[in-house]
Ligand binder design. Structure first.
Ligand code: 1HN
Length: 379
């Protein structure tokens, strides 16, 4: 039996505290603890069971953020503050389990940002990595290290750590809304955050518009004599059209995963690996009538419904979703997805901390075996 299987086979709910801390308080011990506190120390056995849980204990809870609830509030923010005042005009997702860290789930941040035609927000750079998923509106653009790219619905866009980035909406566009995803809680937890504002507030566009797609966006083709030595993908914009086509082609020949049906990861075209060192992302297609089985794994996941409707059961709670709704799956939470339409595909965009989890050898996964592989709702 591998070490991983041993962990997973362990009966986690057995009242077996043999080998774990089990010390009752006594006046003598309490005095001893107070004594230790004076020297900024403590007795490990008073906290050991808490800091060494049997299995991952997420501080986050499963949440569904309905777009029908959020949209009007996001739009209203444009009447209340300007991008100049706010820096970024964003309504962030606050997972009540996140305890003051402004996390959407685990160590991931997310928010909904809006900009109006003709507005632009100043350029800045930070050690957090960021991504965007475009929800609605015409004419949005992002400039990343001198590369301007135009953004359309369901496009997925990178702003890797350390890059100068700014956003705006062309004067002839419409009010735009997109989802931001960042690793800020992770970088802050690692106490490694730097942030700077561009000395000229706006950066010059030094490359042709959409140049990262022209260079790196062709399937399985690599431009000659173009170098790239950064630790993140040279492709900054992943367009919806080719992504959806790729999923449909894959679906036409594959049985799919019993948990995720047809899932593809956005990759760095040079390495085939994750798009950025700390953030990964995927798009999955649930074919009409797909009923997924339940599994759980480590890592934190934020989903946005890019197309269709259905529901997910997360740790025994059912969340019905439709296009533009956002939901999270905390680490080690059982989850299963269902496309309730018998005729239309459902597509789920997802971003996650898998690059970190995998790099640290912390990925574990298991299927639910009881009850035909499905959770009991409310259980
Ligand atoms: C940021 O840089 C953006 O560039 C959005 O649009 C949200 C939240 C926290 C820190 C930096 C952006 C952010 C952010």
């Amino acid at each position: 039996m591998s070490q991983e299987e041993k962990y997973l086979a362990h009966d986690l709910y057995k009242e077996d505290i043999l080998g774990r801390a089990n010390v009752s308080d006594s006046p003598e011990l309490l005095a001893y603890y107070q004594e230790l506190e004076k020297y900024k120390t403590g007795a490990l056995w008073t906290i050991a069971n808490k800091i060494e849980p049997w299995q991952p204990q997420s501080a986050s809870v499963p949440v569904l953020w309905r777009y029908s609830d959020l949209r009007e509030h996001v739009i209203k923010s444009a009447d209340l503050v300007t991008p100049e005042q706010a820096g970024r005009r964003v309504v962030y997702l606050n997972n009540s389990g996140g305890k003051g860290m402004s996390t959407a789930v685990g160590l991931l941040y997310s928010g909904l940002q809006t900009m109006q035609p003709g507005e632009s927000a100043s350029a800045h750079a930070h050690s957090s990595s960021a991504l965007r998923f475009i929800m609605e509106g015409r004419g949005a653009y992002t400039i990343v290290d001198g590369q301007k790219m135009l953004l359309e619905e369901n496009d997925f866009v990178l702003t890797p750590n350390g890059t100068w980035h700014e956003h705006g909406v062309e004067p002839d566009g419409s009010q735009c809304i997109w989802q931001d995803g960042l690793d800020i809680p992770l970088v802050n937890t690692l106490e490694a955050s730097f942030y700077k504002v561009h000395p000229e507030l706006r950066q010059a566009v030094t490359e042709p518009v959409n140049s990262s797609i022209a260079l790196w966006g062709a399937p399985a083709l690599r431009p000659q004599n173009v170098g790239w030595d950064k630790p993140y993908s040279p492709l900054f914009r992943y367009q919806w059209g080719p992504t959806y086509e790729a999923l449909q082609r894959y679906a036409s020949i594959a049985e799919g995963s019993p948990f995720d049906d047809i899932l593809m990861h956005y990759t760095n075209p040079l390495t085939g690996g994750h798009v950025m060192p700390t953030l990964g992302a995927s798009m999955q297609l649930l074919r009409p009538g797909f009923v997924g089985k339940a599994h759980r794994h480590t890592g934190s996941f934020i989903y946005q419904v890019a197309k269709g409707q259905g529901y997910s059961i997360i740790n025994g709670q059912r969340f019905d979703w439709q296009k533009r709704d956002i939901f999270c799956v905390p680490s080690w939470a059982f989850h299963e997805h269902v496309n309730t339409s018998q005729t239309e595909d459902a597509c789920l965009f997802c971003f996650n901390d898998l690059p970190v989890i995998q790099a640290l050898q912390l990925y574990y996964e298991e299927a639910l075996h009881d009850n035909g592989g499905h959770q009991q709702v409310g259980g």
